[in-house]
Write a protein that binds this ligand. Structure first.
Ligand code: GLU
Length: 515
């Protein structure tokens, strides 16, 4: 029987979640959902020195905003609770496995102090060598393999030791990575990693393996910065006798700066003016605020679509993909091995596409709030009625990148202009045109049904009657109605404003031009 597919996102609560982390979560979620499996959230907080208050809540809120639903884990619970590693440590979930490795001869106690290790490292540096705690060096260091048994006994009673993995020299280690295929390592490049720290906390190396094993994780997606440690992880699975249960690893390539030179960092975002975090984040110690996509007005589905395509493609040219499309089409085979360059313009393009494809009724709701707030209108105002707002939204929509820009892009659909684009007036207005516009008011009044098409046909007719080409008066007419030389579709605007408002605005403008 095939095992139920289970993937976890396992961030450390050390600050706001970088968009690279969101992508890791997203790919895990997409694959889990495609296979009808589970997506878990586990908090890896074993490094208490890097713990940042609020980071866990931030992670959960970010996933929620993106529409990544947590089936099991911190914030929702589940049969493998608790899902915070610090709490699991309290329950003694890790130590016994470190001890099991000691018992089977695959791990040992090490008593070297930080100062002692620093000194050895410095000495190696002086000799132009690099130091690694490994098979070659462990014999000269202070550990249960090098020291006499009675000394080890005594040292153990001080409770000041770490447990290290005993990596055999010169072994070949294989990893079948879902993105990189077969990867081979020689064990000589793997150091004797610390598994349990002197405060009794497991390191990432031990903790994630124990948890992935106990939580029945089948696939582990993580950043490629973990690839160099992967051979140690393969050995730990092997030494614990869990090789058959090892999840399939997928090491994701980095997100790169827009110019491709190195990893995308918060500083690039600040420098180039785009957020690298999904939500705004206020640093609890410095108070510094980093901007987020949500607060900038991005639609979560546009953000998710953009992120999914950073380093993956569906195998076709299709770019606009909903969460359901992504779930259906995601595959590790199409994740690129090379880093993905972040592209802020493309991110804006995605948002624009989503806004342009939003239903007018949905945008009308947002517009309503904007108009009511900006003009201090009450609910019953004619300008806030659904029909009016829906048509206004449809006219403005093609001109915005963000839904929050609707009102500010065409306030003239809601209030008559008081100023007129001086350059256009200067260039186009002539006193001789006054009779044409006065006649136009009357001509418009004779229209039975004041639709876009009828208004446009009448305008052309009236211009012809006055021996004018529409082009002579079109832009001027736009300025008369809106104050601006460019904007939403002119006859769409005319039909929306209606006969009466159009007449009023023409009269206002003519009076203004006369001054
Ligand atoms: N806590 C690790 C990190 O934040 C998780 C890596 C993994 O997913 O295994 O990088």
């Amino acid at each position: 029987m095939n095992k139920r597919v289970r993937l976890r996102f396992a961030p450390s609560p050390t600050g706001p979640l970088h968009i690279g982390g969101v992508r890791t979560a997203l790919y895990s979620y997409l694959y889990a959902k495609q296979k009808g499996g589970d997506f878990l959230l586990r908090i890896e907080d074993t490094d208490q020195t890097r713990f940042v208050p609020g980071a866990e809540e931030y992670i959960i809120e970010s996933l929620n905003w993106c529409g990544i639903k947590i089936d099991e884990g911190v914030s929702v619970g589940g049969k493998h609770a608790p899902y915070r590693q610090s709490e699991r440590k309290e329950l003694g979930m890790y130590k016994k496995y470190a001890e099991q490795l000691i018992a089977s001869g695959h791990a040992y106690y090490a008593f070297d102090s930080a100062e002692e290790l620093d000194a050895v490292r410095k000495e190696a540096e002086i000799n132009k060598q690099s130091f690694s705690y490994n098979a070659q060096n462990r014999g000269h260091l202070r550990n249960s393999l090098s020291l006499p048994a009675n000394e080890v006994e005594t040292l153990l009673t001080t409770n000041n030791y770490v447990i290290r993995l005993k990596v055999e020299a010169n072994e070949e280690i294989h990893l079948k990575d879902l993105i990189r295929g077969d990867v081979k390592f020689n064990s000589n490049i793997v150091d004797d990693k610390v598994l349990l720290k002197s405060d009794g906390m497991p390191t990432y190396h031990l903790a994630h393996i124990v948890d992935d094993y106990l939580m029945e994780i089948t696939h582990a997606v993580r950043g490629e910065e973990w690839l160099p440690s992967a051979p140690a992880h393969v050995l730990i699975y092997q030494y614990l006798g869990w090789t058959d249960l090892m999840p399939q690893y997928a090491h994701l390539p980095l997100l790169l700066k827009p110019d491709g030179n190195g990893k995308l960092s918060k500083r690039d975002g600040d420098r180039l003016g785009f957020p690298v975090f999904p939500l705004e984040w206020k640093d609890p110690s410095s108070g510094e605020i980093s901007s987020g996509y949500r607060e900038r007005g991005y639609e979560p589905n546009a953000f998710v679509n953009m992120l999914a395509l950073l380093g993956w493609n569906p195998g076709t040219e299709q770019e606009i993909l909903s969460m359901n499309d992504l779930i259906e089409k995601f595959s590790f085979e199409h994740v690129h091995k090379a880093g993905a360059k972040f592209n802020p313009e493309k991110t804006l393009w995605f948002n624009t596409q989503y806004v342009h494809h939003m239903a007018n009724e949905v945008l009308a709701e947002k517009l309503k709030t904007q108009v009511a707030r900006a003009l201090n209108l009450n609910e019953n105002d004619a300008l806030l009625q659904d029909n009016y707002l829906t048509t206004a939204a449809s006219l403005i929509k093609p001109r915005v990148h963000f839904a929050h820009e609707l009102f500010q892009t065409a306030p003239y659909l809601f209030e008559a202009p008081t100023m007129y684009d001086a350059a256009v007036v200067e260039k186009r207005w002539k006193q001789e045109l006054q009779p044409f516009f006065e006649q136009l008011i009357n001509d418009f009044k004779s229209i039975q049904e004041f639709t876009l098409a009828n208004a446009e046909a009448q305008f052309k007719q009236s211009a012809a009657n006055a021996n004018l080409k529409p082009g002579d008066v079109l832009q001027l007419f736009r300025v008369i109605l809106s104050g601006h030389g460019s904007g939403v579709d002119l006859f769409g605007m005319i039909a929306l404003l209606g006969q009466e408002e159009v007449s009023t605005r023409i009269n206002n403008a003519l009076a203004h031009f006369k001054k």
